[in-house]
Structures are given as structure tokens and as C-alpha cells.
Design a protein around this ligand. Structure first.
Ligand code: GLN
Length: 564
């Protein structure tokens, strides 16, 4: 490699075999955790081999939620040129998992897509950066991939950079990234390790776990010049000893390098299970890392993590939250929200039971909401399920059910209020009905000239100025906070008339200019109903729940106990 990596960063590559969706993100985060227990400064890169520049334009039904970062990145496909840049803050949902496990903020440039790599390659060619050369996958595309990885390892002074490759080995799309891994392994043999995560299915017919799919995927890896150092087998139950030795024999790795990854009730337990199996020490030996002295911190300390896992295991009572909306074909569409609810509940001794209601024209809203202790109205785009979501907000207002509306959910709460209490029949968001008589939710000023899709919403973290004597202030106990946004439309203040105020509508926070409403709530002592234009779920951590979600769950628990 021409640009030698000056730092001493170790690289751990994580690939997947057999099929996708087996929790590679959780494995990556858990490997990061066992390294943090040893005091190492680590970070994670996720490679997504699809051609989208970022996942912001993907369908959450297919791909899960978009995670929003604190910073918005100006991605310049051709550095030092007049070529335009692209705003990126919407990244793969695995970053939510990494942040929750590791408590670190990762810059959006840590999510590398094929779209970014090919855009860089082709636009560089047009700028004459490869003059005289035939531009090829090897070495030109691989070199751009390697430069992206090296830039991160060098600028962030990392001990270890974990690099997870999305998809499964054998996918045409990911092969160029595997080739880049092969080259880095060749250049830095003592500083690299490859962890392969596979599925080990259980055959009921023969009453055995089966290693064959793993053997095949290891062969596939070997055929592109990559030898796994460690294999992590995902299975319902821990891997049986004979299966471990079979995988070891066929994959050409010691038995100690075959690690079990069984289904768990509390995902945060996985790093502890890895420790029990000696993964941390094995890995450190492999890449020649000597454990550092760990300073005390609730995030990186082993015994603190053990305590936290206990807290989750001991949460025994249940609080049932309804989530009326759409996109419920895969549970990942709102994973940060689900997890934020879980964190808030566990720290109050509860488990959450999420009742995800896929609203159709036939849904009887009253009936489906009746048995719930609280309602969370989800973020979203477009008109499907909207009327049912508005009715759900109305139900919460009328029956005084604790309610939290996130972004779209807050906007629909506002619409419900305007229709029901202000008599504004047909009030709507101009996103849903362009010629609504009462556009109570309308485009942000800054969005009026935006024509492009992808990275063009109001994104990233912004300052929020909170009004005193509000439920929002009670939750945060701070006048100024920073939370993350992803929207084009917003609540219109001109409809908050004297009458609206009398009927209980309050603006509880705004942006720094005072022009954008960031949250609303009902001014009621006997009812907790809050809607935020921002997404506090992205900052919720298992050891430090979001304060707003915490108060929402507190209200739900009180409602369940009949205390309000
Ligand atoms: N569609 C709405 C908007 O663009 C809400 C977005 C969201 O829920 N994140 O403002």
C-alpha cells in the first residue's frame, strides 16, 4: 500500500455467513465491549455494500430505521476540488446498536457505502485524478476503500478499529470490500483479525445442530483469500462441543476460536458470554494487544456492566405501550425507540410489552388501545395510516392516556388537537394534504427551495431551548439541551391562539431563533402528553435512559397503578 498506516491501530474485520439478519451488529458491538473492558480506545466502521449514498433514501420496512448522528458530515467525493459535497447524518441502524453498547459517538463517515465509494471513483476520474490510467476495481476502488479506513484509524488515535461488512460472504456487491480486507491483512498481518459470524441451525428432524452451512461459508471466504481467525456461531442454544470441534476442524482454526452466540433475553449480556468463553484474551493475543489500566467508568467497567445486565434481568413487572402506525413488518423499523422504552422501563423495574398496531382502514382504534398503559406515536412519512394515528392521539387526549409523540407523532398530536379542540375541520399537514384548509403542520422555511432527496432534511443535533414549568423541563431539568432531528415539516405556531392555550396546548421548547417549535404538550396535572419534533431515542443508553422516555414510562406506570 502506498500510504503506509503510521498509527499502530489494529483492525478487526467482521463478516457474515449463511444469511443476513443474525445479529452481526450486536456481535460487533459486543467484541468492542470486551476490548473496552481492557481499556482500549476503539471505534466501529460499518460497510453497506448497496449503491445508495446513504441509507436515508431506503425503505425502513426493508432496511430498518435510519440512525441519526450528532454531526452532519459534508461528504466530498473528490477532496480538494470544486466538486459538490453531500450532507450525511442518516446512517445504518447498526450504529444505534454500537452506540448503545459502547457509549461512543461515531462520525457519519464511519458508515461507508458502495454508493460513496463508486461516486468517489467516477468523479475522481472526471477530475483527472487517474490521468493515463485504466480505472479498475483493483487497485483504484480498493485503494479508495483502504484510504477511507486508514483516515479514520489515523485521525482518531484508535487502538482498535472494528470493521463490519454488511450482507453475507458470497454476495457480489460486497466482494470488493472483502478484497480490500484481504489486502490490508496482507499488509499488516500482525495487526489484523477476521471474525466470521455464521448461523448454526438446529435440525429438529435429527435433533442436532448443523455445522454444514458454516463450513460452506468458510469455504467461500477462503476462496477469496480470507482465512477466518475466529468463528462466532449464532444458534438458539449454545453450540454443542462436538459442533465446536467440527467447525474448528473444517475451518482450520483452534477450538478456542469457535464461540457460541445463543439467543439471549437481554442482548447486553452477550459481551459477558464472550468473556466467559475467553474471546477477549484470545483476540488480544492474536493481534498482540496488552490490556491497559482501565479507569473507572460506568460505560467501560466490567463489573458495572454485569450490574447493568442484572438490572435488565430483574425487571419483572410489565408496562404495555401501544405503537399505532405503519412499517411493522420488521421490528427494526423503530429499534432505537423500542430500546429507549426498554431502557426507561428497566431502570424503574419494568419490562416493556410493545403492542405494535399496523393501522388499516378497518382498525378499531378504541378497541386496540384499550388495554395499553401508554401510547407512543411513531415518526414517519406519507399518508398511510395517518388518520388512524390522529385518532389514536385523540383517544389519548380524551381518555388521558400517557402519550409521547415523536416527530411525525408530535405533528399528528397537534393535528388531532386542532381538529378536536379548535374545531379546525380538515386540519392537516401539508405533507399529507397539500391544499388542506388548515396547514397546521407545514414545510420548514429552510426546506422551501429543496428539490433533492437524500441528506436534504433538517438533520443532526440542534440546540433546544426549554420553557420552565413544563413536562419537558421537569424531565431534563435543564434550560438548554441538544437532541437530534430528521424532518422537513413542522408545527405552525400561528394556530396556537388564546383559545388553544386555554384548552391546554403549550409550546415547551423552541430552536435558538425562537422560530421553530421543537415540542408541544398539554398543560394538565392529571395527564402526561408530550410531542417532540426531535428524537431523544437516539441518545438513550442502557445505563443512562433518555430522561424524556423515563418520564413517559413513569407516567405509564402510574396510570397502570391507577395513580393518575
Ligand atoms: N414526515 C415528517 C417531516 O418530514 C416527520 C418526519 C419524522 O417523523 N422523522 O417533518
Amino acid at each position: 500500500m502506498t500510504d503506509a498506516n503510521e498509527s499502530n491501530t489494529r483492525f478487526i474485520f467482521i463478516t457474515g455467513g449463511v444469511m443476513s439478519g443474525i445479529g452481526k451488529g450486536v456481535v460487533t458491538a459486543s467484541i468492542g465491549k470486551v476490548l473496552q473492558f481492557r481499556g482500549f480506545n476503539i471505534s466501529v466502521v460499518k460497510i453497506d455494500p448497496y449503491l445508495n449514498v446513504d441509507p436515508g433514501t431506503l425503505n425502513p420496512i426493508e432496511h430498518g430505521e435510519c440512525f441519526i448522528t450528532e454531526d452532519v458530515w459534508d461528504f466530498t467525493p473528490v477532496p480538494e476540488s470544486d466538486e459538490r459535497c453531500y450532507k450525511i447524518s442518516e446512517i445504518d441502524q447498526d450504529f444505534g446498536t454500537y452506540s448503545r453498547f459502547l457509549g461512543i459517538e461515531m462520525h457519519p463517515s464511519h458508515n461507508i457505502t458502495s454508493g460513496q465509494i463508486y461516486l468517489s471513483t467516477i468523479l475522481r476520474e472526471r477530475k483527472g485524478k487517474f490521468l493515463g490510467k485504466t480505472v479498475q476495481l483493483i487497485p483504484h476502488v480498493t485503494s479508495i476503500i483502504k484510504k477511507r479506513l486508514m483516515a479514520i484509524s489515523e485521525s482518531e488515535n484508535l487502538d482498535v478499529l472494528l470493521i463490519e461488512c454488511g450482507g453475507t460472504v458470497g454476495d457480489l456487491e460486497s466482494s470488493i470490500f472483502l478484497e480490500a480486507f484481504r489486502q490490508i491483512k496482507l499488509e499488516y498481518p500482525h495487526r489484523t483479525a477476521l471474525v466470521h459470524v455464521t448461523l448454526v441451525p438446529y435440525s429438529r428432524a435429527v435433533g442436532q445442530q448443523k455445522s454444514k452451512p458454516t463450513q460452506h461459508s468458510v469455504k467461500m471466504l477462503q476462496s477469496v483469500g480470507l482465512q477466518p481467525d475466529i468463528i462466532i456461531g449464532r444458534s438458539e442454544k449454545p453450540l454443542a462441543d462436538d459442533i465446536k470441534s467440527k467447525i474448528s476442524l473444517y475451518s482450520n482454526i483452534p477450538e478456542a476460536a469457535v464461540i457460541s452466540n445463543p439467543d439471549l433475553d437481554v442482548v447486553y449480556e452477550l459481551p459477558l458470554l464472550f468473556e466467559e468463553q475467553g474471546l477477549g484474551d484470545f483476540l488480544c493475543e492474536l493481534i498482540d494487544l496488552k490490556a491497559k489500566l482501565v479507569s473507572y467508568s460506568e460505560v467501560t467497567n466490567y463489573s458495572e456492566w454485569v450490574k447493568m445486565v442484572e438490572l435488565y434481568k430483574n425487571a419483572s413487572k410489565t408496562v404495555r405501550i401501544a405503537m399505532p402506525g405503519k412499517y411493522f413488518n420488521i421490528s427494526d423499523s423503530y429499534i432505537s425507540i423500542n430500546d429507549a422504552l426498554e431502557h426507561a422501563a428497566a431502570h424503574q423495574g419494568y419490562k416493556t410489552e410493545l403492542k405494535m398496531i399496523n393501522i388499516t382502514e378497518d382498525t378499531n382504534i378504541e378497541e386496540v388501545l384499550r388495554d395499553c398503559d401508554g401510547i407512543l406515536l411513531t415518526p414517519g412519512f406519507g399518508e398511510r395510516a395517518v388518520e388512524g394515528m390522529i385518532k389514536s392521539a385523540e383517544y389519548a387526549m380524551e381518555k388521558k392516556v400517557p402519550f409521547l409523540g415523536i416527530c411525525f407523532g408530535a405533528q399528528l398530536f397537534y393535528i388531532a388537537f386542532c381538529r378536536k379542540y379548535l374545531g379546525l375541520t380538515g386540519a392537516n399537514s401539508s405533507e399529507i394534504v397539500t391544499d388542506t384548509p388548515y396547514p397546521v403542520v407545514d414545510l420548514l422555511e429552510s426546506q422551501k427551495d429543496v428539490t433533492e432527496k437524500g441528506g436534504s432534511m433538517r438533520l443532526g443535533a440542534h440546540k433546544i431551548i426549554i420553557e420552565k414549568n413544563t413536562k419537558l423541563f421537569n424531565a431534563y431539568n435543564q434550560k438548554e439541551i441538544k437532541e437530534r432531528f430528521r424532518h422537513r415539516y413542522h408545527i405552525q405556531e400561528r394556530f396556537i391562539t388564546e383559545e388553544a392555550k386555554q384548552k391546554g396546548m403549550i409550546v415547551s421548547s423552541r430552536d435558538e431563533t425562537g422560530k421553530i417549535i421543537n415540542s408541544i404538550e398539554l398543560n394538565r396535572d392529571d395527564h402526561w402528553m408530550v410531542g417532540t419534533q426531535f428524537h431523544p431515542e437516539f441518545k438513550s443508553r442502557p445505563y443512562a435512559p433518555s430522561k424524556l422516555y423515563f418520564d413517559f414510562i413513569k407516567a405509564c406506570i402510574a396510570k397502570k397503578a391507577g395513580n393518575i
